[in-house]
Design a protein around this ligand. Structure first.
Ligand SMILES: C[S@@+](CC[C@H](N)C(=O)[O-])C[C@H]1O[C@@H](n2cnc3c(N)ncnc32)[C@H](O)[C@@H]1O
Length: 375
């Protein structure tokens, strides 16, 4: 244990952070969700690979709060592995900590198989997806963070094409499409191992994206996941969008509404990215068992996602009003109108001014006309 270092408490874990090892207290919320996820979907026999452990905070919390049987800790950085070893001692836990890369461990003779695989590297998780699939089995859960959001969100389109094999969207839809590109990439890699994907929870918050999914073995499952991939078209003029599943779908090249040329993006995962049933059960489980005690932020985020309509993409109201030269209208006002006309609608985690709905752009614009004319 390092002398004169402050002890940080997070959940039931106590850690000290070495100067050259990563720890971000702002990511506590995401670790809380991960602990709850592992506790809910795991049991006392569960095994976890904390493949990018840094201080060991996640794995220590999985052991102490989620009650799993075993966590193997990996970090390529020597100081991080050392820091994790010291933190395990601080928490009176004995577990394997390896100063080794994910690539080396997952190809090596001691690798083993895990029920949960946590991947939280710096930047892109893309180079490691293939490696972690070597230690997955039927029903394993992958928990994957991406902080290369500028790439997934299209600020660096060529990097996205190169790494994820997808044309990214660089407008108001970029956060949702970034998550779908990430899931599409994961689905392609898992399919090559004969696994399909079942996304359970997908989060875009601050500077990161994190997806929680189950992999299911079998050729049929792999093919059906691949069939959830597809392409999105977007009209820069009227801000409408369409999508089509399949790797070679037929798409109109003119906008259905304003007849202007469309732009195309993908491939990306177009299936459900959140399993509402599981998310509701997670929230209820925590409310009844208080796995995470200070859970206000976590509860808010999970509730927002649970309340979100399972529709692909959304309309960003300020973008639409600006494109047609209207004064701004509150999304809440439009939601109310859409509901009175019988459309399904909700807010979205991807944009505080965005609306998910089964209404088309023409209906949104008609409602905007009604609201503006009534003022
Ligand atoms: C963002 S930090 C992990 C933070 C940690 N999961 C937490 O919640 O505090 C990323 C860590 O991954 C490690 N890392 C990066 N590439 C790696 C690789 N190929 N194999 C193993 N560890 C790696 C880094 O050394 C760093 O400690």
């Amino acid at each position: 244990m390092e002398k004169n270092k402050i002890i940080i408490k997070e959940g039931l874990a106590k850690i000290q952070v070495s100067d050259d090892v990563f720890y971000n207290n702002k990511m506590k919320n995401l670790r809380d969700i991960s602990v709850l996820f592992v506790k809910f979907f795991g049991d006392a026999q569960a095994t976890v690979l904390d493949s990018t452990c840094a201080t060991g905070i996640r794995g220590i919390r999985y052991l102490k709060e989620a009650g799993v049987k075993n966590v193997v800790f990996l970090d390529i950085n020597k100081s991080a592995a050392e820091n994790t070893r010291n933190n395990l001692k601080l928490n009176k836990i004995k577990n394997k900590v390896k100063n080794i890369s994910i690539q080396e461990f997952c190809a090596g003779p001691e690798r083993g198989i895990f029920n949960f695989i946590d991947l939280d590297p710096f930047g892109s998780p893309q180079p490691h997806i293939n490696d972690i699939m070597r230690v997955a089995q039927d029903g394993s859960y992958l928990m994957i963070t991406a902080t290369d959001t500028a790439v997934l969100c299209g600020a660096h389109a060529n990097a996205c094409i190169k790494s994820y094999g997808a044309e990214p969207i660089h407008n108001e839809l970029c956060k949702e499409s970034g998550i779908r590109i990430l899931l599409g990439y994961i689905a392609r890699v898992t399919a090559s191992f004969n696994f399909g994907v079942e996304p359970i929870l997908s989060i875009s918050d601050m500077h990161y994206m994190r997806v929680f999914l189950r992999v299911v073995h079998g050729a049929q499952k792999a093919v059906s996941s691949m069939k959830e991939l597809g392409f999105v078209s977007f009209c820069n003029n009227c801000r409408s969008f369409e999508y089509a599943k399949g790797l070679a779908p037929i798409l109109n090249n003119k906008c259905n509404f304003c007849k202007k040329n469309l732009k195309f993006f993908g491939p990306m995962y177009l299936g459900s990215i959140n399993d509402k049933n599981s998310i509701d059960k997670l929230m209820l489980y925590n409310a009844n068992n208080r796995i995470i005690t200070e859970s206000d932020n976590m509860d808010k985020l999970l509730l927002k996602i649970s309340n979100e309509l399972d529709e692909l993409f959304f309309y960003s109201i300020p973008k639409i009003t600006k494109s047609i030269g209207y004064v701004s209208v509150s999304p809440e006002e439009i939601i109310k109108k859409l509901q009175t006309y019988g459309f399904k609608t909700s807010k979205t985690q991807f944009d505080k001014d965005g609306i998910k709905t089964n209404a088309k752009i023409t209906e949104i614009k008609k409602i905007l006309d009604d609201i503006i004319n009534a003022k």
